[in-house]
Design a protein around this ligand. Structure first.
Ligand SMILES: Cc1ncc(COP(=O)(O)O)c(C=O)c1O
Length: 462
């Protein structure tokens, strides 16, 4: 991209489109009530603009589609596996990789192998599936993100960073033998898609090494994180995204990866390691639960799409466009006084629902209420990242422990929506903000124990 030209248009043009429809408001009201005020249970065809997630919702390129058609379909040894191997060596640089069907499948193989009852897994902030996969294996997930991450107004370049001092004290307190691995999530989705600095990743890895604990990266949005490093961290301005990625991964012993984000595919994931012994263990389990290692529970064409998508996601012009699009939506909301998490993250704009709806206590799920109301108002589907997702019930007292933050996430699928779509989202949210005191809280009437937010049901409190 020529940096002397004003603005940066999308570095692509549109070749195929999909029709979207806005159901009438009365219908939207009925639909959301019927699904228990949980937008996960809506049919996609009833959603006008779908900002539920940026995961698996990217528009693939003609290059990816062409590769999907051209590649061979084989149980073992498809050419697409070797294309992916090349991309993984080039961009990630780990000694071994195993394709899996999505990020949580990599977590399943990793944690089923390494977690033992009574152990602890530190992270800057675990994502919900990471947390659930650790709990399922009887370990305890712990979060050491810097305290400022919980202050939605505080402007910091790397608000997703790990608190290194707290991490070190925790390892000393619990002893390294109780900690089978340390993770760091880039970008840190749970606290607003916030980036982690390369300095922080390096320091966390040094602490891990000092105590002899393996260090893994949850690399779902590694390319977005690399772009933040390029723009914000001293010494990285002139480095290519791929070079920054290689440096990050050089500090790690392995990673989990969801291709549904920064490989620009609709499905797929990866588990990587440098440790041969560990790889053998992962490989055996992966064959049992995912499939043979040259297809990993995927059609071979999906491997080819990931291989090609990885190069496209690390293209600077693409990342510049992506970050500008998120800032575009953030600015529209910020200028209207809507409380967003500042600075905006790499994959989404997050609304601080505690501030948007101060009249609704956390026991009444303000972020969930806002998400449901936004759907009624506009047909836009966002996601709750608050107490429905991360609230807990104390097992001894039965008391509700709310999440630290009540966020509504407007995740932006990659290359899918135009600025006009986002302008519509902003206009509707601004309209809703003007009548925010009319929005009511919710009562949760059903939730399963693990990952309850996907299927939880709510009733309106009148
Ligand atoms: C930070 C993070 N880790 C892990 C995952 C799980 O990946 P997947 O949805 O492919 O299972 C996600 C998905 O959104 C994520 O955001």
């Amino acid at each position: 991209m020529n940096e002397n030209l004003p603005g940066s248009p999308e570095p692509f043009k549109i070749k195929m489109v999909e029709k979207i429809r806005l159901p009438p408001e009365e219908k939207r009201k009925g639909l959301i009530e019927r699904v228990g005020y949980n937008v996960f249970m809506l049919k996609a065809e009833d959603v006008f603009i779908d900002l539920l997630t940026d995961s698996g919702t990217s528009a693939m390129s003609d290059h990816q589609w062409a590769g999907m058609i051209e590649t061979t379909q084989a149980y073992a040894g498809s050419g697409s596996y070797y294309s992916l191997e090349k991309a993984m060596k080039d961009i990630f640089g780990f000694s071994y990789f195993i394709p899996v069907h999505q990020g949580r499948a990599a977590e399943n193989v990793l944690f089923s192998t390494m977690v033992f009852p009574g152990c602890y897994i530190p992270n800057n902030t675990h994502f919900d599936t990471t947390e659930a996969n650790i709990l399922r294996n009887k370990g305890t997930p712990v979060n050491f993100v810097i305290q400022d991450a919980y202050n939605s107004e505080k402007i910091l370049p790397f608000k997703g960073n790990m608190d290194i001092k707290k991490l070190e004290e925790f390892i000393k307190e619990k002893t390294p033998g109780k900690i089978p691995l340390i993770m760091i999530t880039i970008t840190n989705n749970t606290v607003g898609g916030q980036p982690v600095s390369i300095q922080n990743i390096k320091r966390a890895s040094e602490v891990a090494k000092k105590f002899g604990v393996p260090f893994f990266v949850d690399a779902c949005r590694f390319a977005e994180n690399c772009y933040f490093i390029k723009k914000r961290e001293k010494g990285y301005k002139n480095k290519a995204i791929k070079e920054i990625a290689r440096e990050i991964f050089s500090y790690a012993d392995g990673c989990t990866f969801s291709g549904k984000k920064d490989a620009l595919t609709n499905v797929g994931g990866m588990l990587c390691t440098n440790d041969k012994e560990l790889y053998e263990k992962f490989r055996i389990l992966a064959i049992v639960v995912e499939g043979f290692i040259t297809y990993g529970g995927l059609a071979c064409r999906e491997l080819e799409a990931m291989a090609r998508g990885l190069y496209e996601a690390t293209d600077e012009a693409f990342q510049a466009y992506r970050h500008e699009q998120i800032e575009y939506l953030a600015k529209l909301l910020r200028d209207a006084g809507i409380p967003i998490v500042e600075p905006p993250g790499g994959n989404a704009v997050y609304i601080d629902a505690k501030k948007f709806l101060p009249q609704i206590p956390q026991e009444q799920f303000p972020a969930q209420a806002l998400t449901a109301q936004l759907y009624i108002e506009s047909g836009v589907r966002a996601a709750e990242i608050g107490s429905s997702c991360f609230g807990k019930i104390d097992e001894k007292t039965g008391k509700f422990i709310p999440a630290k933050m009540e966020l509504m996430r407007l995740a932006i699928p990659r290359r899918t929506y135009t600025h006009n779509h986002l302008k519509y989202v902003a206009d509707c949210l601004i309209k809703l903000y003007k009548k925010r005191e009319q929005i009511k809280g919710l009562r949760r009437v059903y939730t399963p124990k693990l990952l309850g937010h996907f299927t939880a049901r709510f009733e309106l409190i009148n």
